[in-house]
Design a protein around this ligand. Structure first.
Ligand code: NDP
Length: 221
């Protein structure tokens, strides 16, 4: 069955490739971006700034009016891989910005789309996280990014538990080191990073929920 898929941060990088892969599979993909960007073939381009609650509200209203449901939400948009910072000397303005987009953006959009996700019979929420947010291997450095992704992982666990009765599967996915503006040169191709995200979106009913995965394999929290 054709699904209705929402992808955030889809102007470039992994998000854009995720849109391309869903569209190629025949799904209706809402490619969202905060600024002007070319539409991916077969995708529906829509404006969404996840750090702006008014933008989230307007987007959710438009989606609710145009589509019967949302089957898949990919919370991909993120900022501030702050390799220049340390927790012990951090600029909290940068930390706040990271939390606004990477954690609260994903959280706020999820809340706004929950009525539409509940109308799906196979709802999936994919939080694009990072092993940088893993407490099991947490060390110094990249404080804004790492704390925001650790928070996103906590949100994954809570939502998975609370939405189990709605049969909505919620998982955190690390795409691995990917060659994008954020990841920088040397990482793997976007197609490989995106594939792990589609894996989580394509999980069968009764599949894992409340997990942290890369390439379909579990990562330690
Ligand atoms: P990029 O920096 O290449 O792209 C980030 C995307 O997020 C852009 O489309 C950007 O839009 C969008 N974005 C940023 N802020 C907002 C906002 N407020 N509202 C809407 N969109 C926004 O990153 P990647 O593609 O590399 O990363 C995608 C995801 O993968 C992120 O969650 C990242 O943390 C994660 N990840 C990436 C890794 C890597 O090696 N690349 C490793 C581990 C995790 P705009 O063009 O307008 O700036």
């Amino acid at each position: 069955m054709e699904r209705i898929v929402v992808v955030t941060g889809a102007s470039r990088g992994i998000g854009r490739e995720v849109v391309r892969q869903f569209a190629a599979a025949g799904d209706t993909v809402l490619q969202t971006a905060r600024g002007a960007t070319p539409a991916e073939a077969g995708a529906v381009l829509m404006r969404l700034d996840v750090a702006d609650p008014a933008s989230i509200a307007a987007f959710a209203e438009e989606v609710g009016g145009r589509y019967a449901r949302v089957d898949v939400l990919v919370n991909n948009a993120a900022i501030h891989w702050d390799t220049w910072e340390r927790a012990s000397t951090a600029d909290l303005t940068v930390v706040r910005e990271a939390l606004e987009t990477n954690l609260l953006g994903a959280w706020g959009l999820t809340l706004a789309l929950l009525p539409a996700l509940r109308k799906s019979r196979h709802g999936r929420i994919v939080n694009v996280s990072s092993e940088g947010g893993s407490l099991a291997s947490m060390g110094g450095g990249t404080p804004a990014y790492s704390v925001s992704k650790a928070g996103l992982n906590a949100l994954t666990l809570m939502l998975a538990d609370e939405l189990r009765s709605d049969r909505i599967l919620v998982n955190s996915i690390c795409p691995g080191w990917v060659d994008t503006d954020m990841g920088g040169p040397g990482g793997r191709p976007v197609a490989e990073g995106a594939a792990g995200i589609l894996w989580a979106a394509n999980l069968p009913d009764g599949g894992p929920t409340g997990g942290f995965f890369r390439d379909g394999r579990r990562l330690p929290w």
